[in-house]
Design a protein around this ligand. Structure first.
Ligand code: SPV
Ligand code: MN
Length: 633
């Protein structure tokens, strides 16, 4: 299939003969021969019973939701607007092993990036897609990534045989059929082709042949034999991988980042972006009390004049529901328990009400979830005990359901970024918050050096520490050395680039206890906001700048009405030199062994930090407390 070519007269005649007259009229209105060719190719290959070309009308949008319910892909819950969808027991997360870039023989991608030869991949995709839509509807949808009418915007088409996927797309992205109709010559749109494959009891039956292929040469992604939204809602992480390539080509950045407004003194608002691996507190940070949210997952960033500006690629949330409860995430919890369009996935349903892990409520002992009829202590087909809901159960809704939505979501110019945050899951090494000395130090020592423990967001073992540069390792589609150089370069000509910060919410003490509570994030954000504006000073350590006790003591008092002790400060901000040295060794060896053409600054920054940590160690021992550095400044 050559998804990049344009339709001929013959093709148009075929489409006229095989589409309903309404669908053909909607296709004709687009007047885009590349879109027509794509639809024709997928029809010939997948042989659907019907094709549904969807426009931006409310009528179509509600038809999609109705069809998802009629087909049994979603079930209606008691609360108005709420539905639930179940994915197969073995289809509960992103499938990293089977997500591959299709790389032509002459191209290079680092070996840490999962890939296969392009022609072979295209052949496999075609084989698996052949006849995959017999008896089903093929739904064609048009969206924009980024705000409508924005310089950042990328148009995209997704074709799918799942009404659940088409419905999810609607809550997460901006409809753009009309935008397509306005620019008939457009060829630069992303293309996504998805089929659930053969269904058994409503779930993808052939998950062993689950494949997600990214053909960046033709800006096309294929997703087959899967339903889990992270593998199938192609405009999310699949198109995102294409966006990283386009960003590289055009000189901007596509990042796995939230965007939020942190509110400082005297009504000041400072926007931050933040990248954290899946399941490490990204959404809960962007939803923190007192702040406003622009987006929780994907951002495009550009240099505009003397600023870095960012937009949310999406307009909705596909969030992890585990641990969402009335106390810790009051705004999401409220949206999930009040009327309004929401899709729950892989939760437990009991008498029309959804329940999930750590939801803070009295939970039923039976119901229906991703295993089918569930009861407490039962084991699943793999012999493991099945929790009340999948550990990666999710919710999907539009951001407008949230009371803390920032006014800038649809601003085509995006927002000006004051600070960039990176966070990982690390129990024994890094302090809760630190600031880089400068942009280069931050890109290397914080972004490129990020590690995290694996979570339920991806299939496979949980809790394994692995490198996750920029919390984007799963999605980086260009050589890593280039990707890092692009970060270094993006601030060229900007006299005051955004500050870079690293956070770690998961640091533990000697007895394995967490040293911070969930709400402490609020303090780190307020501290960062004041640092961006130089309101307060900071203490220089070998790994970056850390807070002064007095500032934290004041912030804990004012913001949380909590007494922050010197003892807590000392425990949290002790510089753990042996662990930090090991971390640098791991990061260094990852880049040495896996990455061609890492920029020279990478090894310089790591080596300087290593030397400095060793120097301090000879004077102050393995675990110097923060006050040691205060005295020596
Ligand atoms: C993530 O896992 O990082 C998500 C959900 O945001 S998805 O990528 O869609 O699986
Ligand atoms: Mn994500």
């Amino acid at each position: 299939m050559n998804t990049m070519s344009e339709a001929t007269e013959d093709t148009m005649q075929y489409l006229a003969a095989h589409l309903s007259s309404d669908d053909y009229a909607r296709l004709s209105r687009l007047n885009n021969k590349h879109v027509a060719q794509l639809i024709y190719d997928v029809m010939c290959l997948c042989r659907p019973a019907r094709v549904f070309i969807v426009d931006d009308s409310a009528e179509h949008v509600s038809k999609i939701r109705d069809m998802a319910i009629k087909n049994g892909e979603e079930y209606v819950l008691t609360c108005p607007g709420h539905t639930v969808h179940f994915d197969g027991y073995f289809d509960q997360g992103r499938d990293k092993n089977n997500t591959r870039y299709l790389v032509p023989a002459e191209d290079y991608l680092d070996k840490a990036i999962n890939q296969m030869e392009r022609t072979e991949g295209l052949r496999e995709a075609r084989t698996l897609l052949r006849d995959s839509m017999i008896g089903k509807d093929m739904i064609v949808r048009f969206f924009a990534l980024g705000p409508l009418g924005s310089e950042f915007m990328i148009p995209a088409v997704q074709i799918t045989d799942s009404y659940y996927v088409a419905h999810s797309l609607d809550l997460l992205y901006r409809r753009a059929y009309d935008q397509f109709a306005q620019s008939p010559e457009r060829t630069d749109f992303f293309r996504v082709i998805h089929s659930t494959g053969r269904l058994e009891n409503g779930v993808s039956a052939d998950v062993n042949a689950r494949r997600i292929f990214i053909d960046y040469i033709a800006s096309t992604v294929y997703s087959i034999n899967t339903q889990y939204a992270g593998n199938t809602v192609g405009l999310k992480k699949l198109a995102f991988r294409l966006a990283i390539r386009r960003a590289d080509h055009e000189g901007w950045l596509a990042e796995h980042m939230f965007i939020m407004g942190v509110h400082g003194p005297h009504g000041r608002k400072t926007y931050f972006t933040g990248a954290y691996p899946s399941g490490c507190g990204k959404t809960s940070t962007s939803m923190i009390h007192g702040a406003t949210i622009v987006g929780d997952d994907l951002a495009y960033l550009q240099r505009v004049g003397k600023e870095i500006r960012a937009v949310n690629v999406e307009r909705g949330m596909f969030g992890i529901i585990r641990g969402v409860n009335a106390r810790d995430d009051p705004l999401i919890f409220e949206a999930l328990t009040t009327p309004g369009e929401t899709i729950f996935s892989n939760v437990l349903v009991h008498e029309g009400v959804p329940y999930w892990l750590e939801d803070g409520r009295t939970q039923p002992n039976s119901g229906r979830n991703h295993v089918g009829e569930w009861h407490r202590d039962m084991v699943g087909p793999d012999g493991a005990k099945v929790p009340i809901s999948s550990r990666n159960a999710r919710f999907t809704f539009a951001l407008e359901r949230l009371k803390n939505l920032d006014e800038a979501l649809e601003d085509p110019r995006g927002v000006s970024i004051g600070g960039v945050i990176y966070g990982g899951r690390d129990s024994d090494t890094l302090v809760p918050v630190r600031e880089a000395f400068d942009w280069t130090h931050g890109v290397i020592s914080i972004g490129a050096s990020l590690e995290s423990e694996s979570t339920a967001a991806t299939l496979g073992t949980e809790g394994v520490r692995q490198p996750d540069p920029f919390a984007n390792m799963d999605f980086i589609s260009i050589p890593l050395g280039r990707y890092i150089s692009n970060h270094l370069r993006i601030v060229t000509g900007i006299s005051r680039p955004p500050r870079i910060f690293g956070v770690n919410y998961f640091i533990r003490g000697e007895n394995g206890e967490y040293l911070n509570s969930r709400e402490d994030k609020q303090i780190w954000l307020k501290w960062m906001e004041q640092r961006v504006h130089n309101d307060i000073s900071a203490i220089r350590t070998p790994i970056g700048l850390i807070p002064d006790y007095e500032d934290l003591h004041r912030l804990f008092g004012v913001v949380l009405n909590k007494e922050y002790t010197r003892d807590a400060y000392k425990q949290q901000f002790t510089i753990r030199i042996p662990e930090l040295l090991k971390r640098i060794e791991r990061v260094r060896s990852f880049y040495e062994n896996n990455v061609k053409d890492a920029p020279p600054q990478l090894f310089e920054v790591l080596d300087n930090e290593y030397t400095e940590l060793n120097r301090v160690r000879t004077i102050h021992g393995d675990y110097p407390g923060p006050d040691v550095f205060k005295e020596s400044r």
